[in-house]
Design a protein around this ligand. Structure first.
Ligand SMILES: *[C@@H]1O[C@H](CO)[C@@H](O)[C@H](O)[C@H]1NC(C)=O
Length: 322
């Protein structure tokens, strides 16, 4: 069974690379849509298979089989690689297709030539950066999962991959929408989609200041939990946003297993120990939207906490990530 699955994934991978070049020639579009049919068939097969084999349920394609996905698959070239922490690399990707867009909070299917398993990574940059510069960013933790392993061992500047956007977890308010406050609660690498949402909130504040938008962005509170301060990704950028938007963006870091002294710059914004009801109580209002992303036990813990605090289910959005 796994061999068959790998073969099918390899076909999807091959299809992903074939499709972008085919798209340039409208006459070949029927071929392209048959590739997409193939892909749906594979997804269905995986879901059925996944129910029988729980180990394989952790695969990105299976986990997200029922999620929304865009049709566009774009080629993308790696144009930057930096260490975000000891175990997390940050990739900057130049996206080839000008029609490729995403909403803050969404992920990409990440197709790598020669790697059968398709990766799934949340985008950590803002939609505005893609609009302005044609690039997006991913922060990827080192694991044995083949796509993450490839990023950490083989990926170089100019490596080519293909990307497709998907996901039902996003923040994309329209000008006519009522103003809302945001609470973003991240655990570990669950920060990725929430950092994108935070950057988007900052862009909306800037647009509001320049009177370029009718949408009135409310207050944004970030709660970010990790084992230690070294694992708090984007911490400098987050602090910069807090100072750039006083009274509009606030951040609260939590560390649970810190052994060394905490750096002074983080001091007023950091607590040792788990996030608890007291921390979240002050954010409660009927206009508050709650976005949670982290490992499943954390999400269960936080949603229960919010339920006990009387937060309406319809205002809570979450993405499980591990
Ligand atoms: C980035 O981290 C890797 C280990 O993961 C290390 O080998 C490399 O030297 C680091 N690069 C920089 C620029 O610090």
């Amino acid at each position: 069974m796994p061999v068959l699955l790998m073969l099918k994934n390899a076909m999807v991978c091959a299809a992903a690379f074939a499709v972008p070049s085919l798209l340039r020639t409208p006459r070949i579009l029927p071929v392209c849509s048959s590739f997409l049919h193939l892909r749906h068939a594979v997804l269905y097969y995986c879901t059925v298979n996944g129910k029988m084999k729980s180990r394989r349920m952790s695969d990105h394609l299976e986990r997200t089989a029922n999620n929304f996905r865009q049709e566009i698959i774009s080629k993308a070239k790696v144009c930057g690689i930096t260490n975000e922490s000891a175990r997390v690399k940050r990739l900057r990707l130049a996206v080839a297709d000008k029609d490729f867009t995403f909403k803050a909070g969404q992920w990409v299917d990440f197709f790598i030539p020669g790697v059968a398993v398709v990766g799934g990574f949340s985008i950590c940059s803002s939609p505005g950066l893609l609009e302005k510069e044609g690039v997006l960013e991913l922060a990827i933790k080192r694991t044995t999962h083949p796509p993450a392993h490839w990023v950490h061992t083989q990926c170089t500047l100019d490596s080519e991959v293909a990307l497709r956007v998907g996901g039902n977890f996003y923040f994309d308010p329209q000008p006519a929408d009522p103003p809302a406050n945001l609470v973003l609660i991240a655990g570990g690498v669950g920060i990725n989609p929430l950092f994108s949402i935070l950057l988007h909130a900052a862009d909306l504040h800037r647009a509001q200041e320049n009177k370029r938008t009718a949408y009135k962005m409310g207050m944004t509170y970030l709660f970010y939990c990790a084992k230690s301060t070294d694992e708090l990704l984007f911490r400098k950028h987050i602090l910069d946003l807090t100072s750039a938007f006083p009274g509009k963006i606030s951040c609260n870091f939590h560390v649970t297993q810190q052994s060394s002294p905490i750096c002074e710059k983080l001091q007023p914004y950091i607590k040792e120990g788990r996030l608890c009801g007291n921390d979240l109580e002050k954010c409660i209002s009927k206009d508050t939207l709650w976005y949670i992303c982290g490992p499943p036990p954390m999400i269960e813990f936080i949603s229960e906490l919010l339920e006990n605090l009387g937060v309406a289910q319809k205002n809570i959005f979450f993405e499980k990530w591990w």
